[in-house]
Design a protein around this ligand. Structure first.
Ligand code: MG
Length: 308
């Protein structure tokens, strides 16, 4: 039997939040529709942080109201605290993600709180999500390295993940925020997490391709037994810590690897490429991801499938 891998789409939220070209709400809703049509079943839609903190996502309330929710698709939204949770609830959300990191230096710069303070801020939001039966995910960013303090060992990432699981999250996602991790570190972190009692099906990875290691890291994660990986259609987002460099792993690059390796994701590469071209057009720039440029490939004929 073919094993299934979850592709968790972060383009509309993590991808767009760093993009400076303003995108109309209707365009974002259309992008999400195209992602749904491509077979993605988990699409992080937007963020309910303070509107002035991330102007690109200040339309979160309108977007969630406009969104046509397809059956069987989860549309999580990022919430920083109870206030964000209440806005998400009013807008009709039913799945949330919270965001912290391994180092106080990073969280202080990013969200104005220490790691411990961020956990305290999540608690009432997660308590309420638990009581509502909402799906709950938590990000552990800077899982391998921090732009302010350097290398991060697996013990610290696991420690933060355990605190989040104690708060009632369903899944922890380890993020390589600055794209410095390599496969041996992915293997070591997974092993240490499993040894600490974290089940493989409650773990995900969010790799950045800043230094070209994202797919190698996915491969290491698969070998280690992890079955959920984040990606951003069209590779949107860039890397705020390395201007001009890649950030999020592109969904089309991930789906090509999974398909060609025999993993079942339920995601259609042609549909992803359609959505990738759509968002690249909306941002007014060419699609620069690997598979976005080369297209898929037909092993029966040898032809490149640019027009999937
Ligand atoms: Mg990212």
């Amino acid at each position: 039997m073919t094993e299934r891998v979850r592709v968790y789409e972060v383009g509309p939220r993590d991808g767009l939040q760093n993009e400076s070209v303003p995108i109309p709400t209707a365009t974002k809703a259309r992008f999400i529709d195209l992602l749904t049509e491509a077979g993605l079943r988990e699409i992080e839609a937007t963020s309910f942080v303070a509107p002035n903190a991330i102007p690109q996502l200040a339309d979160a309330d309108d977007l969630m109201r406009d969104l046509v929710r397809a059956p069987g698709v989860r549309y999580p939204v990022l919430v920083p605290n109870l206030r964000g949770f209440e806005r998400a609830e009013a807008a009709g959300a039913d799945a949330i993600a919270v965001f912290t990191a391994t180092t106080d230096a990073f969280t202080t710069a990013n969200i104005g709180m220490t790691v411990a303070e961020s956990l305290a801020a999540f608690r009432p939001a997660l308590d309420r999500a638990v009581s509502f039966g909402w799906w709950r995910r938590a990000y552990v960013s800077t899982a391998f390295g921090c732009p302010y303090t350097g290398r991060v060992g697996p013990a610290r990432a696991v420690e933060v993940a355990l605190s989040l699981l104690d708060l009632g999250v369903d899944e922890v996602c380890f993020g390589d925020t600055i794209g410095v991790g390599v496969p041996s570190q992915v293997a070591a972190l997974t092993r240490q997490a499993v040894d600490a009692g974290i089940a493989l099906d409650r773990m995900a990875f969010h790799f950045h391709d800043t230094r070209g290691t994202a797919l190698a890291n996915v491969s290491a994660g698969l070998d280690a037994g992890v079955r959920c990986f984040d990606a951003s259609t069209g590779g949107t987002g860039g890397c705020p810590y390395a201007p001009g460099a890649a950030g999020n792993l592109a969904t089309e690059d991930l789906v090509y690897l999974l398909d060609a390796s025999g993993w079942e994701s339920g995601v259609d590469l042609g549909g992803v490429l359609t959505a990738a071209r759509f968002i690249a057009d909306a941002l007014g720039r060419p699609l620069t991801t690997k598979v976005g440029q080369a297209g898929g490939w037909d092993p029966a004929t040898g032809a490149s499938l640019r027009d999937l």
